[in-house]
Design a protein around this ligand. Structure first.
Ligand SMILES: NC(=O)c1ccc[n+]([C@@H]2O[C@H](COP(=O)([O-])OP(=O)(O)OC[C@H]3O[C@@H](n4cnc5c(N)ncnc54)[C@H](O)[C@@H]3O)[C@@H](O)[C@H]2O)c1
Length: 308
């Protein structure tokens, strides 16, 4: 039997994510939104692309949670994106309201699903979903690190004029201005980038990575990035559905790992059919650890505001 993925939110990220999942034939897809007609229209359009693209999966747009029943994975993309000049944190209260409205319905209809959170501010929304769902931490995962790392990788590949496939990179910490790109753990064909890129250039690339989301918001003016974010969420969906045991940077609830307690922070995890199957602790220098702690403190401030 085919697996089932529900995408909450038929906006830019949600619709593009649905597109990627059906294109790869990973699962049947249900897209749900509060807007009447939008998920139905977009999904019918996707369905009609099937004969050309050659996918047979089902895709359904709806406003009714009954259609989402027994999903294996639910990806939460509902919520406002930021506008120029806004930080992700400015979305806290509005998106928390949406999260509170949605999570209970998801749990009621898909009590065994794995929840992937995309809505911003990411780490605080993942924490809210974890608390609201009462799911074990393995089944509530935030998407941010894959996207931030992909931006870092794209800039490194551009700088060195090499294939993106040669570049691996890690970005830890919260999905905000305090995120922690780790040049020491970033390589090109196994060679640490610290040996290939001069420090001033590397510092500029790190800063551009931190500002990667804002750079796109500034261009778009009315919304935020969605091609790379939906690609990142698809990688998580695929790793789980195919039980790939893939090591990816994701926001996970830490229970003492990295010396952080009771908080969602971006760290390397192993993703498989059970969700987060392992949290991987890598050795950090004192400077890197201080940067991660600073990032965690920023997340802590946000979750205190919404009291989750
Ligand atoms: N984690 C990341 O790295 C990352 C990257 C990109 C975007 N985001 C976040 O993802 C979210 C979505 O971004 P987008 O560009 O798709 O926005 P969008 O405005 O295009 O789409 C959001 C959709 O959510 C729907 N929605 C609102 N309330 C809802 C509810 N209660 N139930 C169901 N649907 C509801 C809206 O009707 C809209 O269609 C934003 O919060 C954005 O900041 C996160």
């Amino acid at each position: 039997m085919r697996k089932k993925v529900t995408v909450i939110g038929a906006g830019n990220v949600g619709a593009t994510l649905a597109h990627r999942i059906v294109d790869k034939q990973l699962a049947d897809v249900v897209v749900i939104d509060i807007l009447e007609g939008v998920p139905q229209g977009k999904c019918l359009d996707l369905l009609e692309a099937g004969p050309i693209e050659g996918y047979d999966v089902k895709v359904k747009g709806t406003n009714d949670y009954k259609d989402t029943a027994n999903s294996d994975i639910v990806v939460m993309t509902a919520g406002f994106p930021r506008k120029p000049g806004m930080s992700r944190d400015d979305l806290l209260n509005t998106n928390y309201k949406i999260m509170s409205d949605v999570v209970g319905k998801v749990v009621q209809h898909s009590p065994n699903c794995i929840l992937i959170i995309v809505s911003n501010p990411l780490d605080a929304m993942a924490q809210a979903a974890y608390k609201l769902s009462n799911f074990p931490r393995e089944r509530v995962i935030g998407m941010a690190g894959i996207l931030d790392s992909a931006r870092f990788r794209a800039f490194i590949a551009q700088e060195l004029k090499v294939s993106v496939e040669n570049v691996t990179a890690f970005v830890l910490g919260g999905h905000g201005d305090t995120m922690v790109p780790l040049p020491r753990y970033s390589t090109v064909a196994g060679i640490p980038i610290t040996e290939l890129i001069a420090k001033d250039r590397l510092d500029a690339i790190v800063q551009r990575t931190r500002d990667g989301g804002a750079e796109i918001v500034k261009y778009l003016k009315t919304g935020s990035a969605y091609y790379a974010p939906s690609a990142a969420a698809t990688e998580m969906v695929e790793a789980i559905l195919k039980d790939k045991k893939k090591i990816l940077p994701c926001a996970a609830y830490l229970n003492g790992e990295y010396g952080i307690h009771g908080l969602y922070v971006g760290v390397p995890v192993k993703l498989g059919s059970k969700g987060i199957e392992q949290i991987i602790e890598i050795k950090l220098t004192p400077e890197e650890k201080a940067a991660l702690d600073k990032s965690a403190a920023a997340v802590k401030e946000l979750v205190a505001v919404i009291n989750v």
